[in-house]
Write a protein that binds this ligand. Sequence first.
Ligand SMILES: [Zn+2]
Ligand SMILES: [Zn+2]
Length: 144
Amino acid sequence: MSLTRAENISKMLTEKGVSPSIQRIKILQFILDNEHHSSVDIIYQELIHEIPTLSKTTVYNTLALFVEKGIINSITIDNTEILYEKSQKPHAHFQCNICKNIIDIELDSNLYGITEIEKNRVEKVNIHLRGICSKCLKNESINI
Ligand SMILES: [Zn+2]
Ligand SMILES: [Zn+2]
């Protein structure tokens, strides 16, 4: 018998040492199903309809726990909001100056696994590029 989606996610949490509450399962499911990088606000707005007892603090704390356990990734661009995405192999992020979309970029870099640089301890590596995305470039050329 195959497991349901919720059962699979519940199993995933248990394997990572996180006890699987309904809220945790829903939050993780949202991140796994979402292609984009989601903020606490986005996740809260999406799930509040399903879980009326949900608070932003719970969302924030749950995401922080998932990051700590290596279940998901957190990224910060421009030191504004923290965004969350499913864990995958290290990649860079490209943000468009026009549509503000954040795109995952496959980029090979020796920086990802680095733990020390010029005697400084590295705790996190974020590679961000900024510019105009291919879609906006296309729109630009149409509008000229
Ligand atoms: Zn764009
Ligand atoms: Zn990403």
